[in-house]
Design a protein around this ligand. Structure first.
Ligand code: SME
Length: 164
């Protein structure tokens, strides 16, 4: 199935309008007949396309650590331990973490010196166990707020439905 994202000047839209577009396109993009990688790759590409964030991608729990999954942006560290960095802390504490300034987060793992702020949202199995995380980095300080948290959590809930 193909689904073309119309060429839109995303910068002309408000943050709320961008998230509305993301949810709309995501519902059309989801393909229940392919594996997780295909859907997660499109999810990362959609978010990167609409918001232009520095880095957006997924880490999956494999053998008791987070392993890099589909992403858009510069190369990133491949493995993160439970409780390590923002991603590992989000997994350990099973909660979204908004970091206004990465230099002030103890143990932050710097994959890129360009990254200044970050949001990490846990993704769950249907059982309620953490499956992995969505990680988004910005090259600007204080880039993520409560709207991002609410909307990205909503986005992750819609992802969980198709994860194996
Ligand atoms: N900063 C993250 C590591 C992943 S990269 O940002 C892509 C962390 O502290 O967990």
């Amino acid at each position: 199935m193909s689904h073309e994202i119309p060429s839109i000047q995303w910068n002309d839209l408000s943050k709320t309008e961008k998230y509305q577009s993301v949810h709309l396109h995501w519902n059309a993009l989801i393909d229940k007949d392919v594996d997780d990688i295909a859907n997660l790759a499109n999810a990362a590409a959609l978010l990167k396309d609409v918001f232009g964030w520095w880095w957006v991608g997924f880490y999956r729990i494999m053998k008791e650590e987070l392993v890099l999954g589909p992403f858009q942006g510069p190369v990133a560290c491949t493995r993160i331990g439970k409780g390590k960095g923002v991603c590992g802390t989000s997994w350990l504490e099973s909660r979204t973490i908004v970091v206004p300034n990465v230099d002030e987060f103890p143990g932050h793992i710097a994959c890129s010196s360009q990254s200044k702020s970050e949001i990490v949202v846990p993704i769950y199995h249907q059982s309620g166990e953490v499956w992995g995380v969505l990680d988004v980095d910005s090259e600007y300080l204080n880039h993520f707020d409560q709207t991002d948290q609410i909307e990205l959590e909503k986005f992750c809930r819609s992802l969980e439905i198709i994860l194996s």
